[in-house]
Design a protein around this ligand. Sequence first.
Ligand code: ADP
Ligand code: MG
Length: 264
Amino acid sequence: MSAPRVQASPLNRLNANLEALGLDAVAPMVPDYVRLVADGERDLVSAMLDMTDAQLASKTRADDERRMRMANFPFVKTLADFDWAFQPSVPRGVVEELATLAFMERGDNVVLVGSPGVGKTHLAVSLGYEGVMAHRQVYFADCAGMVADLRSHDDKGTLARRWRFYEHCSLLIVDELGYLDIGKRGADLLFQLVNRRYRLKRSTIVTTNVGIGRWGEVLGDGVTASAIADRLCHHCTIIRITGRSYRLKDVGAAEMGVEEGAGE
Ligand code: ADP
Ligand code: MG
């Protein structure tokens, strides 16, 4: 003989529904709100509004966190963390205008040029962070690593699918162009990437320690280098940072080998 079916209480069934629907922020609020409504302290609509507001806030947080993970930032720094006084060659107004992300609406690019430690990656990550917070898909890649990834997909015959990944994100950050030798084939792949994003009007931020006119030297192929620069710089904000390395800011003049009284 089968056991008699016992109907779960409405509260238990509600909790089961909330769990099945993934409304995990609402579930713990229910007991309090049941009491508040029963006591006449809240009406049903405002109680439901509070609970759905909480669920929406939790979803927004989870979405932001997922996009942050996907963005693959090496560290998280924002413009609020940037010491403008230390690096006066950075045009603050220009960077703050970039942070409105209007450049992404237009599919424009940004190139940050400067020697090591001057804050190129920091600024690129800060702009990427603004993108993530504005619900955009952002992806940070170091140039040599990205090119190695493209090469390995090319070798495996899966490059077409990989292109879609690099084309898809609304902001791609290519960090450290010119630090490591990527070879002729790497330079070709980098050109294809830049060209694909150019055609789709998707923004790219490039950081580099090498002036654009010298990309031919570091990419080992002047024609490819100028084709890359041509696409990248067509609609582009170029920021040249000429100051000192922030990493060395606490190193005194003597340790740096500067003669006392030699001035700047
Ligand atoms: P780059 O990419 O130009 O080599 P980074 O952006 O990696 O330099 O900067 C090196 C370190 O110094 C990072 O931790 C960065 O956050 C910090 N940094 C650089 N410039 C500044 C600045 N003007 N204000 C605050 N922190 C800075
Ligand atoms: Mg860097």
